[in-house]
Design a protein around this ligand. Structure first.
Ligand SMILES: [Zn+2]
Length: 315
């Protein structure tokens, strides 16, 4: 089995079949290929309506205080990065979901704007005073906007069939000295090599691409941007390492069996027993111990589960 790379047009070999193990939105089987030239991993054929797979609580806000705290740590890490490299305060996020990062950035003095697909998120963001355009085609939506000091795509680029158009349009909409922040699952990750089609950061079919760092850097350079940071081992990446181990193990073992083993209640409304809380804590502890043993491998050679790339536009 082979296919043609949608980015460079070279031939691509069959990589694996995958299913929607993260959300079980469908029983369909999806096929991924890897380009022999640029190493892009891509889903083909693309489903005609990708929005059909963004089901259930995809854009839900964290349900519990501990989940909120877990996610808040990630947003704070992202903000610290932006504050370190940004030279101004205007900030556009593409695909912010319910906008946890934008709210935090606004509190820190940034002037936020967003482009988002989900209508409920768009309404909530606009109601909260964060101007948000609803669009499934961010490259087109960008053309109607001005220029920004910061444009961020956190775990969004891998969802977009026209990923390179979005990147080049984003580059055009940066002010001189502006920065583009791109974070995405890393196809060089140790966890991807181990879990392959079961890797939770594959997230078939919502992730239509896994983009190598080298390819993103090439597209950015062609758009006049210079790489100033590339990390798969910063605090944000280590957060994703934990999430990738957790999600992939659950995929391999089976979500129902994990829930049964941890004695988790069937719904969030049901109270959790002391034994289920203890088992969940033991599961997290076992994960941490597993990660301590793999950290030396994940922390080197760009083998973290996700990367953060920052590019700067020339003056
Ligand atoms: Zn290619």
């Amino acid at each position: 089995m082979s296919a043609t790379c949608p980015y460079c047009g070279e031939s691509a070999a069959f990589l694996f079949h995958a299913q929607d193990e993260n959300r079980r939105s469908t029983a369909e089987i999806f096929t991924y290929y890897r380009c022999s030239c640029c190493q892009l991993i891509f889903l083909q054929p693309l489903p005609s309506d990708l929005s059909a797979y963004y089901v259930g609580d995809y854009h839900a806000q964290p349900a519990t205080e501990s989940e909120r705290a877990f996610h808040a740590r990630l947003e704070a890490i992202k903000l610290a990065y932006v504050q370190r490299y940004a030279r101004g305060k205007s900030l556009l996020e593409i695909g912010p979901s319910y906008g946890a990062f934008l709210h935090l950035a606004k509190q820190a003095g940034f002037v936020p704007q967003a482009i988002e697909l989900d209508s409920a998120c768009v309404r909530a963001l606009n109601a909260a005073g964060i101007p948000t355009l609803q669009s499934a085609e961010p490259a087109q939506a960008l053309k109607t906007l001005g220029q920004y000091d910061v444009i961020g795509l956190w775990h969004v680029i891998e969802h977009l069939p026209e990923a390179w158009d979005v990147l080049s349009e984003a580059a055009r909409h940066l002010k001189p000295n502006g920065i583009l922040v791109v974070a995405a699952p890393n196809p060089q990750a140790l966890t991807f090599r181990l879990f392959k089609a079961h890797w939770s950061y594959l997230d078939a079919p919502r992730h239509v691409y896994l983009l190598p760092i080298s390819l993103l850097t090439q597209v950015a350079r062609q758009s006049g941007l210079t790489p100033i940071l590339c990390s798969t081992n910063n605090a944000e990446a280590r957060w994703h390492n934990y999430a990738a181990w957790r999600g992939s193990l659950i995929n391999v073992i089976g979500a129902q069996r994990v829930r049964a083993a941890l004695s988790l209640p069937q719904s969030a409304a049901q109270p959790r027993s002391l034994s289920s809380r203890l088992k969940a804590r033991l599961f997290r502890l076992a994960l941490r111990l597993l990660m301590l043993t793999t950290a030396p491998l994940e922390g080197t050679g760009q083998r973290g589960s996700a990367y953060t790339l920052i590019f700067r536009k020339a003056v």
